[in-house]
Design a protein around this ligand. Structure first.
Ligand SMILES: Cc1cc2nc3c(=O)[nH]c(=O)nc-3n(C[C@H](O)[C@H](O)[C@H](O)COP(=O)(O)OP(=O)(O)OC[C@H]3O[C@@H](n4cnc5c(N)ncnc54)[C@H](O)[C@@H]3O)c2cc1C
Length: 469
């Protein structure tokens, strides 16, 4: 076990999963998060079989099963509810060892937060800059004064610094760690790929809602207890509505619509796209009269959604090629931001965390050479699969977003008439990387499809398991 001190910036899925694993590894760490507390916004996450290995290994699966449903398919419909086709995940248990599942984002956060000691997370601290050298890394944070009362008071934010051996940027698509890292590298004369320096490009809006608890008499679909998705695609407008049911007898919905004027955002605008409760009438009004597969119209579901369970985000995708330098490394959305159409962003973030923690467990010392070597291994083990999945997600988005007779035809073939082997090929790609922690007993799950061989820095020896938290 190593004696490095780790600073994680961001308490999202990626940051918290990393924290839980470092806790089990007995590695010293802190998490710094700009939000003052865990935000209850957002709706569902669909997580694949590949992620179940680490949840099982960390003893989280039982809690997850209590508040999630297995996800076995995505059904696609046109606006008039005529069926386009289906993408199956029904063989996942057999092929990859576990079923995927659908869980309310807040429920997953509660489970993750219950496994990280409270004193390890520093809430309300926004990282603004860092410096790194041969010996250490130090970050500077400001008290996050984002709330209206603090802004109105005109108070200057207080500054606080933290230092350690390793800095992990798990701070999402507008990663402050990434921006500072790239500046640091450029200042040292390192040339970065052009695409890494280009601003994020947005071309879709997304409104997300979760209804109140509904009666299963009025919505019999709730009795099915399934984590499957229904997707309704607009005929003229490039718009998709995702519907799903939750273990708490609520229905979640997500409207993704192409913007009339795509925009590019520079770093000064990056806060604009945080999840926020927001008036979202425009997109909602477009789909209000669409028929709902559970009866009535989508407007009925929208009306059963309280305003504080509505949020809006803008959608972008980008794969960054530069993931680390010296003592700083990126994970999750900070280095590969996926569109939500393939439901892969959080999955890939979790897989990143397992690969990186395996490396950190085996790191021989906190010297710069050893730190850089472990990041290189992490990148080598993880980046190819992350990039392949990123490409598949972008392809799914283009198939769903295209309009016209040719596009209809391609959806008819890909979704409606694709043979099982083709469907399985896509699923294999998403589930080929199934990393586990080398220092804990392996979980029982096994699939008929072989996982990508895994390189771990230290191997589990019976009798050396670290106690469960
Ligand atoms: C509508 C929608 C639906 C989705 N559905 C799915 C799905 O079904 N399955 C799936 O796998 N993925 C899905 N995703 C993607 C998924 O939400 C993201 O990929 C995932 O949340 C990324 O996790 P992360 O921890 O890397 O980043 P984030 O979740 O963005 O977390 C980053 C954290 O860092 C904090 N932070 C940012 N800057 C700073 C700073 N300077 N200092 C301190 N803290 C900071 C933020 O407040 C945040 O808490 C969906 C996304 C959207 C928009």
């Amino acid at each position: 076990m190593s004696n490095v001190k780790v600073i994680i910036v961001g308490a999202g899925v990626c940051g918290l999963m990393t924290a839980i694993q470092l806790e089990r590894a007995g590695i010293d760490y802190i998490v710094v998060e700009k939000a003052r507390s865990c935000s209850p916004l957002g709706s569902a996450l669909s997580l694949t079989s590949a992620c179940n290995y680490i949840f099982d290994q960390l003893g989280m699966l039982e809690d997850i099963h209590k508040v999630s449903y297995p996800c076995t398919k995505i059904d696609y419909y046109r606006e008039d509810l005529s069926h386009v086709g289906v993408m199956h995940a029904r063989d996942n248990l057999k092929r990859y060892g576990y079923d995927g599942f659908l869980i309310r984002r807040v429920a997953l956060y509660d489970i993750m937060l219950s496994r990280v000691p409270k004193e390890k997370i520093h809430w309300g601290k926004r990282m603004v800059s860092f410096r790194q050298d041969e010996k250490s890394v130090e970050i500077e944070c400001q008290d996050n004064l984002d709330d209206d009362a603090s802004i109105a008071s005109g108070a200057e934010p207080a500054t606080i610094t933290f230092s350690g051996d390793i800095l992990i940027g798990a701070d999402g698509a507008y990663s402050s760690v990434r921006r500072n890292l790239y500046k640091d590298m450029q200042a040292k004369g390192i040339t970065l790929p052009k695409s890494d320096l280009a601003p994020l490009h947005f071309d879709s809006d997304c409104v997300i809602g979760v209804t109140d608890v509904l009666s299963a008499e009025e919505f019999p679909i709730l009795k099915e207890k399934s984590g499957d998705f229904w997707v309704i695609m607009g005929k003229e407008r490039v718009i998709q509505v995702y519907l799903f049911t939750f273990a708490e007898d609520r229905i979640g919905w997500q409207i993704c619509g192409k913007m009339d004027k795509p925009v590019e955002y520079e770093e000064k605008d990056f806060r604009f796209t945080d999840w926020k409760p927001i008036a979202a009438d425009e997109l909602c009004n477009i789909v209000r009269d669409y028929k709902c597969p559970f009866g009535g119209t989508l407007g009925d579901l929208i009306d059963k959604t309280p305003k504080d369970r509505l949020s809006k985000v803008m959608l972008e995708d980008k794969y960054f090629h530069t993931w680390y330098h010296q003592r700083t490394v990126l994970m999750g959305d900070a280095c590969h931001k996926h569109l939500p159409f393939g439901g892969q962003g959080a999955n890939q973030a979790i897989l990143d965390s397992v690969h990186l923690v395996n490396q950190l467990y085996g790191i021989p010392s906190n010297s710069l050479a050893d730190v850089e070597k472990s990041f290189k291994e992490y990148y080598g083990n993880r980046s190819t699969n992350a990039r392949d999945v990123f490409k598949s997600t972008s392809m799914v988005a283009s198939i769903l977003n295209a309009r016209g007779p040719l596009a209809e035809m391609s959806r008819f073939v890909v979704l409606g008439h694709c043979p099982d082997w083709f469907n399985n090929l896509g699923m294999d790609g998403m589930n080929s990387d199934r990393p586990i922690l080398g220092f804990l007993p392996p979980p029982p799950g096994k699939g008929s499809v072989k996982a990508k061989p895994q390189v771990v820095a230290a191997h589990y020896k019976p009798g050396t398991a670290v106690a469960a938290v």
